[in-house]
Design a protein around this ligand. Structure first.
Ligand SMILES: Nc1ncnc2c1ncn2[C@@H]1O[C@H](COP(=O)(O)OP(=O)(O)OP(=O)(O)O)[C@@H](O)[C@H]1O
Length: 276
């Protein structure tokens, strides 16, 4: 590994960790506290969804965990590497070598074929893809017959599958997906979510997905709820109904969630019972 490890995290099962993660934009009266002393562990080999109202800090959390944004205070680790304090060049290398990204808008290069798009980050890095792994990724994502197509010749769902394959190609430690189904119809969205689920279950990958969609979050193992820059709740083994009920609880009963977590539970019935 080329990136210097400053401090080791105590737990090898954690793919990413933040302690006291604080991010403020601007200063003085116009300052915005996007993240307010967040502590979070992203478990290795799991699918974690991050939800919360618009402006709650979801993208900022993802960007800080991925080393795309600097932090105002606190520490972030990727695996055993503390990334807070790394120089931009080191961060660029770390992102390239150890993190995969899937964006809402696919971000494919229109002049390249699907195959070329998939291997582009590794080509830029001068790394040779592991052929067996790449084969497995291409087959898992059902792209075998589309490898010579350019993005314009592919449906939205197929383009996002190419983007997923690109994120997986280097077998990264962590994949961040920011609203990966936001530009897809529900059928194509379900397909992509199924593939992200498969990347965790069948390929042993770790996925963190930002989403507004309870149906998408239901594909994850764990939902983290952000509000006002803080993690205010979490839900294991979510269902779409339970996620929806929890969202309603925050927006209807507690537009500004309290300091402490007051509601835990899995089903809509649980939430209604506690509201009563
Ligand atoms: N570059 C920036 N400069 C100033 N303020 C910013 C910047 N980026 C984000 N913010 C502010 O930080 C807060 C958190 O933003 P963030 O984009 O993380 O929220 P989000 O939960 O991802 O929202 P959305 O669901 O709408 O994408 C918001 O108040 C936002 O206006």
């Amino acid at each position: 590994m080329t990136t210097p490890a400053a401090h080791e995290t105590p737990d090898g099962e954690v793919a990413a960790r933040a302690r006291g993660l604080t991010k403020a934009y601007g200063s003085g009266e116009t300052a915005v506290l996007a993240l307010d002393a967040v502590d979070v562990d992203i478990a290795r080999g799991r699918f974690t969804a991050v939800m919360g109202p618009s402006g709650s800090g979801k993208s900022t959390l993802m960007h800080c965990l991925a080393g795309l944004d600097t932090v105002s205070a606190g520490q972030v680790w990727l695996g055993g590497t503390e990334i807070t304090g790394l120089k931009e060049r080191e961060l660029t290398r770390l992102r390239r070598d150890r993190i995969g990204f899937v964006f809402q808008s696919f971000n494919l290069i229109p002049t390249l074929t699907a195959a070329e798009n998939i291997t582009l980050p590794m080509d830029i890095a001068g790394r040779k893809p592991d052929a067996l792994w790449l084969d497995r990724v291409v087959d898992t994502l059902g792209l075998r017959n589309r490898l010579n197509h350019r993005p314009a010749q592919l449906s939205g769902g197929q383009q996002q599958r190419v983007a997923c394959a690109r994120a997986l190609a280097s077998r990264p430690e962590l994949i961040f997906a920011d609203e990966p189904t936001g530009n897809l119809d529900s059928g194509a969205g379900l397909e992509v979510l199924g593939f992200l689920r498969g990347a965790v279950d069948d390929l042993g990958q770790t996925v963190v997905m930002v989403t507004h969609d309870p149906g998408a979050a239901a594909h994850s193992d764990l939902v983290l709820y952000l509000a006002d820059g803080r993690i205010v709740d979490e839900m294991e083994q979510p269902t779409a109904d339970a996620v929806l009920a929890r969202m309603h609880l925050f927006t209807r009963a507690n537009p500004r969630p309290p300091d402490v977590v007051v509601v835990r539970g899995r089903t809509a019935d649980d939430v209604v019972a506690q509201e009563d």
